[in-house]
Design a protein around this ligand. Structure first.
Ligand SMILES: [Zn+2]
Length: 135
């Protein structure tokens, strides 16, 4: 480059002329600002909004209601009675009704399997006892 004042050749990065000492306006002695070197940040993806809560008031069973149901079901006889009430009462919401019915079916299967095992065990015991009789 050439000095703007005297026109002589001076180094490209000179802030002042090496011959006359005039300041060179077009030269920036400082390095480019760091900000300009940074790549523009990609825009953050907008998080999808939370899914809408289930409609209230239909027959939603809250956690507290579930806790009460499990506590009642823990009572041996009252639990079964309440399951029948919940399962076949017209006042019970469909969710609670289905839950109670499913639970009753599960209990019926468990009882049925239990009875079946008892019969098989009784038969095995009877055969053992019968065979012992011959000794
Ligand atoms: Zn000069």
């Amino acid at each position: 480059m050439f000095c703007e004042n005297c026109g002589k050749q001076i180094p490209e990065d000179a802030a002042f002329c090496t011959h006359c000492g005039a300041k060179q306006p077009g030269i920036s002695t400082t390095k480019p600002a760091i900000d300009s070197l940074q790549k523009p940040q990609p825009p953050r993806p907008i998080l999808p909004s939370q899914p809408a809560q289930a409609a209230e008031g239909v027959d939603l069973i809250t956690m507290g209601q579930y806790l009460i149901m499990f506590l009642i079901m823990a009572i041996p006889i009252a639990g079964i009675v309440m399951l029948f009430v919940w399962g076949f009462s017209s006042e019970t919401g469909p969710n609670k009704k289905n839950f109670a019915r499913a639970y009753l079916i599960m209990m019926a299967i468990a009882i049925g399997v239990g009875i079946l095992i008892s019969i098989v065990m009784a038969a095995i015991m009877a055969s053992i006892m019968g065979s012992l009789y011959y000794y």
